[in-house]
Design a protein around this ligand. Structure first.
Ligand SMILES: NC(=O)c1ccc[n+]([C@@H]2O[C@H](COP(=O)([O-])OP(=O)(O)OC[C@H]3O[C@@H](n4cnc5c(N)ncnc54)[C@H](O)[C@@H]3O)[C@@H](O)[C@H]2O)c1
Length: 217
């Protein structure tokens, strides 16, 4: 069982990953025209199983009857709250290279309750620069800044061979959740959650799918 599984015992990780899909879809609807939405309608729009959608939404305890419908505005509010989008969490990012710069520059994270406040790096040509108004500071300042600003989320975008040392620094800095983009298996104390963003795994699925389709052609 992963740390993420342990954190969400009431709802499976797979269900948790579907909740943002529901929320995006619901937010795309015209709220003047649509006041009530049913789970079959959501399932149909997203190409999902109706029972699964009903179960997922039951877990977030939004009122309403699944078949007749949920009040759209309330359901959006409940999902926002459940996913923590109503509170913005501040994060720091280490490794302001190709990926790090893209992540810092992306404005959309704020919609998901994440604000990358500052970047850190060891490269002297990068330290002291700004990316979309966010400063890149020397790595030595990570621990004191995180303690001072009570930052709980750390994003790792350094090469794999440097990821563990950065992770250790984040733990020392009081970071509680780490979003790791480096292809490295990190060792952390039990109370720290690590979410690995492994693009190689996603690509493996794509290429497997492609192989299957091509062999049938
Ligand atoms: N670029 C992508 O599209 C991509 C995609 C998936 C995963 N990744 C992973 O993300 C990580 C970064 O990739 P990239 O392409 O941005 O690399 P990059 O070389 O462009 O950037 C890495 C940055 O990390 C900094 N750095 C190195 N050691 C450090 C340390 N100990 N502390 C602080 N900063 C340090 C470097 O100075 C550099 O600025 C890698 O692990 C890579 O495998 C990248």
């Amino acid at each position: 069982m992963t740390e993420l599984d342990k954190t969400y015992t009431a709802i499976s990780v797979q269900a948790l990953k579907r909740l943002p899909l529901y929320l995006n879809y619901l937010k795309s609807l015209d709220r003047e025209k649509t006041k009530i939405i049913s789970s079959p309608a959501i399932a149909k729009a997203l190409g999902l199983n109706e029972v699964q959608v009903r179960k997922d939404l039951a877990a977030i305890k939004s009122g309403g009857r699944p078949r007749t419908g949920y009040l759209l505005e309330k359901l959006i509010g409940d999902l926002d709250t459940y996913l923590g989008y109503s509170n913005v969490n501040e994060a720091v990012l280490v490794g302001a290279g190709h990926l790090g710069r893209a992540l810092i520059s992306y404005q959309g994270f704020e919609t998901y309750g994440l604000n990358i406040v500052v970047g850190f790096d060891v490269d002297e040509t990068v330290v002291g620069t700004e990316i979309c108004g966010k400063k890149v500071l020397p790595l030595e300042k990570l621990v004191s800044l995180c303690h001072r600003m009570h930052v709980n989320i750390g994003i790792i975008a350094v090469p794999a061979e440097n990821a563990q040392e950065v992770c250790d620094l984040m733990v020392e800095a009081g970071i509680l959740a780490i979003w790791n983009f480096a292809p490295a298996q990190l060792t952390v104390p039990a109370h720290i959650l690590v979410q690995n963003e492994n693009m190689a795994s996603s690509l493996a699925l794509l290429s497997k799918h492609l192989k299957k389709k091509m062999s049938k052609a």
